[in-house]
Design a protein around this ligand. Structure first.
Ligand code: FMN
Length: 175
């Protein structure tokens, strides 16, 4: 049976809004991080992420939004601990290789090291953080995760990898 005209018009407007929203967010230039975890047996999991923001300095904390279907989501919540490796411009090729590899083969790309907690961090990242899950709340397709920062390693450089409009680029801060 055909949907009443009013309902199909509403659906069309929703589709337009969703498409416009997607295109609007593609215009937000973002830094890129590889977010990782490992289970008790040492199996490693990771995805590339842009939905990552600093939350508070007191306490040091951040927010992530992870698709609930991503291979990382369940193991991260089960472990309650995750790593954030903030990528440099030079990581464009290894990042693409990591993202496009099957989940089980991703850690063959990049100079991975293991933090004392067992969490994988990229040795050459601009910054590497280890965080504890403080709160996780589902919203739509994603899980919004609040993390408390336990550990930070810093690289002296700040030549960042940027993702904009579906493409990678690089950026250094103006003097
Ligand atoms: C540049 C970039 C940014 C991404 N940002 C996110 C993100 O913020 N949250 C998310 O859940 N997935 C994000 N993804 C998708 C994941 O990296 C991953 O490809 C997807 O979750 C499928 O993972 P799986 O194959 O391990 O299940 C991003 C992918 C790319 C290439």
């Amino acid at each position: 049976m055909n949907a009443p005209p009013q309902q199909s018009e509403a659906a069309r407007i929703d589709e337009t809004l969703a498409a416009n929203f997607r295109n609007a967010m593609r215009r937000l230039a973002s830094g890129v991080a590889l977010v990782t975890t490992a289970d008790a047996g040492g199996a490693r999991y990771g995805i590339a992420m842009t939905a990552l923001m600093s939350l508070s300095m007191e306490p040091p904390s951040l927010l992530l939004a992870i698709n609930r279907n991503a291979s990382l989501c369940e193991p991260l919540l089960a472990r309650g601990l995750f790593g954030v490796s903030i990528l440099a411009r030079a990581h464009q090729a290894p990042c693409h290789a990591f993202v496009t590899a099957p989940a089980a083969e991703r850690f063959g790309h990049g100079d991975w090291t293991t933090h004392a907690s067992g969490i994988p961090l990229l040795e050459s990242a601009l910054a590497g953080l280890v965080c504890r899950v403080d709160k996780a709340e589902p919203f739509g397709s994603h899980m919004v995760i609040r993390g408390l920062v336990d550990y930070v390693a810093l690289d002296p450089s700040s030549d960042a990898l940027i993702y904009l409009d579906g493409h990678y680029g690089g950026m250094t801060a103006d003097e």
